[in-house]
Design a binder for this molecule. Structure first.
Ligand SMILES: Nc1ncnc2c1ncn2[C@@H]1O[C@H](COP(=O)(O)OP(=O)(O)OP(=O)(O)O)[C@@H](O)[C@H]1O
Ligand SMILES: NC(=O)c1ccc[n+]([C@@H]2O[C@H](COP(=O)(O)O)[C@@H](O)[C@H]2O)c1
Length: 170
């Protein structure tokens, strides 16, 4: 059985990591969709699709996973009624979708795809919005993401980027 899990992963954090661990117990192969792949360099979406691929693939490497995982960037198409077809055209065939996003769940269910709702883990801190806020304000963000993700963010000066893009013209 092949599963599909989509997120923006801005950045990939321990909440995603926990969900992934659980999904990998259930499926034979997993596709991870990097949503809003066209977005980067904004406060809501600071990291490029390529940088998010690095974060996820290195975090998975650290888990010593034996199952095949495909990571596929997916651009938004701004026409929700066609989105499931768009996703299907871009990724290997899948049998089940894992998500906690109400729109994603609804669109796949309407298309007749089996959807499993994922649980939230320590959502008050394992949350992209909170992590980006801490990066901006000098808070502790490093404890909320897997170590390989800290390394990627340091390599690309992710914190400096978030500070720069939120700065006003001088
Ligand atoms: N703490 C968490 N525990 C379990 N699942 C989570 C957690 N945080 C996010 N998810 C799930 O992971 C998927 C992808 O989420 P996403 O990449 O948007 O992260 P996010 O933390 O919700 O980000 P943001 O705050 O930027 O919206 C969604 O289905 C989301 O519900
Ligand atoms: N019309 C569309 O392009 C469409 C519809 C539903 C979800 N999505 C994307 O799927 C992803 C869902 O991920 P999250 O659960 O992290 O929000 C987002 O990147 C979102 O933009 C896109």
């Amino acid at each position: 059985m092949r599963g599909f899990f989509i997120g923006r992963f801005q950045p990939y954090h321990f909440g995603h990591h926990e969900v992934l661990r659980r999904i990998l117990d259930e499926v034979d192969e997993l596709i991870i969709g990097i949503g809003s792949a066209q977005e980067s360099h904004t406060m809501d979406n600071p990291f490029t699709a390529g940088e998010r691929i690095l974060m996820i693939s290195r975090a998975i490497e650290d888990m010593d996973v034996k199952k095949r995982v495909y990571i596929v960037p997916l651009e938004d198409i701004y026409r929700n009624s066609l989105w499931v077809s768009h996703v299907r055209s871009m990724v290997p065939p899948f049998d089940v979708v894992y998500s906690n996003n109400p729109l994603v769940i609804r669109l796949f269910k309407e298309a007749g795809v089996k959807v499993v709702s994922t649980k939230l883990y320590r959502r008050f801190e394992y949350q992209g919005t909170e992590i980006r806020k801490r990066m901006l304000n000098g808070g502790d963000w490093e404890s909320l993401v897997p170590k390989p993700v800290v390394e990627v963010i340091k390599e690309i000066d992710g914190v400096g980027r978030i500070k720069d893009i939120t700065n006003k013209d001088v």
